[in-house]
Design a protein around this ligand. Sequence first.
Ligand SMILES: NC(=O)c1ccc[n+]([C@@H]2O[C@H](COP(=O)([O-])OP(=O)(O)OC[C@H]3O[C@@H](n4cnc5c(N)ncnc54)[C@H](O)[C@@H]3O)[C@@H](O)[C@H]2O)c1
Ligand SMILES: CC(C)[C@H](C(=O)O)[C@@H](O)C(=O)O
Length: 463
Amino acid sequence: MAACAFSCSSAAAVKSAVFVRGTESLSVGGKGGRVSIPSTSLSCSFKALSARQHGHCLEGLVKHTVQGEGSCRRKSMAVVRASASETSEGACARSYKITLLPGDGIGPEIMKVAKEVLKMVGQQEGMELAFEEALVGGAAIDEYGNPLPDSSLALCRNSDAVLLAAIGGYKWDNNTAHLRPERGLLGLRAGLGAFANLRPATVLPQLVDASTLKREVVEGVDIMVVRELTGGIYFGQPKGFGVNEAGERTGFNTMIYSVQEIDRIARVAFEMARKRRGRLCSVDKSNVLETSQLWRERVTEIGKEYPDVELSHMYVDNAAMQLIRAPKQFDTIVTGNIFGDILSDEASMLTGSIGMLPSASVGESGPGLFEPVHGSAPDIAGQDKANPLAQVLSAAMMLRYGLNEPAAAQRIEATVFNVLDKGYRTGDIMSAGKTLVGCAQMGDILLHSLSQSTESHAASLTA
Ligand SMILES: NC(=O)c1ccc[n+]([C@@H]2O[C@H](COP(=O)([O-])OP(=O)(O)OC[C@H]3O[C@@H](n4cnc5c(N)ncnc54)[C@H](O)[C@@H]3O)[C@@H](O)[C@H]2O)c1
Ligand SMILES: CC(C)[C@H](C(=O)O)[C@@H](O)C(=O)O
């Protein structure tokens, strides 16, 4: 596994113009936090969030430790990795262990595309990518009677990054709770400590008309939803089924957040907002819920550390409405687990399709988890109709946020951009005058376009 060090100052260390615009650097975990998302300058921070020189780099997201200025110069980047090996060209190869979790439904179809794209971009960027696959969700229930076998979690934990497709399907919908695919996903997120879920919703110019909303409403939308992922009502105890005084069956869950859980996700969100357009909207239901009252109080308190970020608060019901009414008012949104689940799905429709939205889930230590926002789409599984772009873009987020390989990430994003520019569309984003393709064909087109990409071409899209 890669233990790396890097210190780069490259114009080619790309700022993505497309999907994570302006979010080049982000430290997770607050003061003393251990995860840093790479910046355009590819220097890392640790402890003091503002100390973005070189020095400490994250242990955590990529389990890397900085060892000083790189001695291997590749293209315009100075990169050194403890495990770097010499390639036949004498260039430094960075080695990464990536666990792939294809999961269920359309998962295997879209993962196949993403894997091929990663293989090609790995060659182009001089990375050694070692892939291992494991079962999770329904596929793991079928094989092992467990939606998250210990072996799958162990493999993930021992990776540099985890790329998940999606889990779930009709077949397992009536299983008892511990034998549901969703339980595997939640266990994975918790098991990796991936508490911060970054869900960008960016309307690409090519897809403005794919949205069900009016062009003038969605054009230019660029929102980052920062969703708390390992707390709240999803994990609160007690939960279960019972019987009330009238003898009726009941079901109950507990929505609970601790100060520490709120503070750390708030810091992630403030950092994110600071790197974007400097506006953070915290979404809660503090007019009703005590959990939300604490949430609002703590977010306001943490906000004092970020005087440069404009903080606002909004009730979740209003936020759901405002996202449709005037989505451009939002820059960065921070919210709890269940509100984030719902709002990010809603935000996906601004962009045309949930099939376009990637996500990154990161924690204070351990590898990050990268997955599309969408589910296993059982209604179209096995029909070659799935849009693989959210999966491919999740792979790009993995490269940028999980492996600190922004040039490779940007190369993928530019390729997606190009393919859309040329008019290729899967069914979910199809519009008049465009060319309808299936999942596999979209993969072939991506590979063809990627094979023709050059660094200068990729960089020109971000200029
Ligand atoms: N992260 C995950 O693994 C995840 C996320 C959400 C839902 N799920 C699970 O997925 C299953 C189905 O859930 P659902 O139907 O509510 O949500 P879904 O996201 O799977 O599908 C919703 C709709 O969007 C379409 N869609 C989704 N992804 C698409 C893609 N890449 N290309 C084209 N169309 C796409 C589907 O065909 C469907 O019509 C459930 O078992 C659910 O628990 C898993
Ligand atoms: C499948 C389910 C557990 C999951 C969630 O609710 O978090 C999904 O909806 C998502 O958004 O990734």
